[in-house]
Design a protein around this ligand. Structure first.
Ligand SMILES: Cc1cc2nc3c(=O)[nH]c(=O)nc-3n(C[C@H](O)[C@H](O)[C@H](O)COP(=O)(O)O)c2cc1C
Length: 234
């Protein structure tokens, strides 16, 4: 096997990364064919995981009644968020945002974390317990990028009560829902995040998040060359 990426292969990877979007609308009614869905799920399943514990499961959901119940959970949690913003000028903007596509998408997937998988001793999880959940997030990111390459949009809905999700999907008490995802082909992928376009928040500059050697250090003669390029990155 040739372990190097050719120019077009690299371009493809970065295209998936930079054009991936969180998608809540513009879903078409085209079904996702089984072979594409299997490729997407298999990409997720090949994510890194702490101690190779592979602590994820992917619950595939099409049933309309299940989705209606999840949507109701979303609506309750959304109301709670709106109340939290009482007196805040962002309340009206929040209320106008489209933040899920539970019923319009082709498919919902709940990605769960099972801390007992290959446990209780999981190599590498002995000091930082959260590494189990981090592993599931790596799988979700793989899924998100593979879906983008397949032309399938993914939206992550976290405005949900996990207790509701556990009850609706009959998830056992030791397992934690990590991500509730809505997938489907879309008419378009926006070139910027919806929240950026709605002026909820701007994308930060790379230079604001890259520091040198110690927390908060953004000015370093040692790193001056790289810092110059970091400052120019878009
Ligand atoms: C853990 C997590 C939870 C999220 N929850 C929601 C959500 O409940 N509703 C929503 O509209 N977007 C949700 N998003 C999507 C983010 O809003 C989105 O990723 C961000 O605005 C950047 O946009 P982009 O993904 O299109 O680049 C979530 C993303 C992550 C990573």
């Amino acid at each position: 096997m040739d372990y190097t990426f050719s120019g077009p292969e690299k371009d493809g990877l970065y295209k998936a990364i930079f054009s991936r979007r969180d998608v809540r609308s513009h879903f078409t009614n085209k079904e996702i064919p089984d072979d594409a869905l299997v490729r997407i799920l298999n990409a997720a399943h090949h994510a890194p995981s702490v101690g190779f514990s592979q602590p994820w499961n992917f619950i595939l959901i099409k049933d309309a009644d299940t989705r209606r119940q999840v949507k109701e959970s979303f609506l309750r949690e959304r109301e709670r968020s709106i109340k939290m913003l009482r007196g805040d000028e962002r309340q009206e903007k929040y209320a106008g945002l489209k933040l899920e596509g539970i019923e319009e998408s082709a498919l919902n997937i709940c990605v769960t974390y099972d801390p007992t998988r290959f446990g209780p001793f999981v190599l590498g999880r002995t000091s930082i317990e959260d590494t189990g959940v981090y592993s599931v997030c790596c799988a979700i990111q793989n899924l998100w990028l593979a879906a983008r390459a397949e032309g399938v949009g993914v939206g992550w809905v976290s405005i949900l009560s996990n207790e509701d999700v556990e009850r609706i999907l009959a998830i056992p008490s030791h397992v934690k829902p990590v991500g509730y995802l809505c997938l489907g082909y879309v008419h378009e992928f926006a070139d910027k995040p919806d929240l950026e376009r709605a002026r909820w928040l701007p994308r930060m500059g790379l230079a604001q998040v890259v520091w040198y050697e110690k927390w908060g250090v953004h000015d370093s003669t040692e790193w001056a060359g790289l810092a110059d390029s970091v400052n120019k990155a878009e």
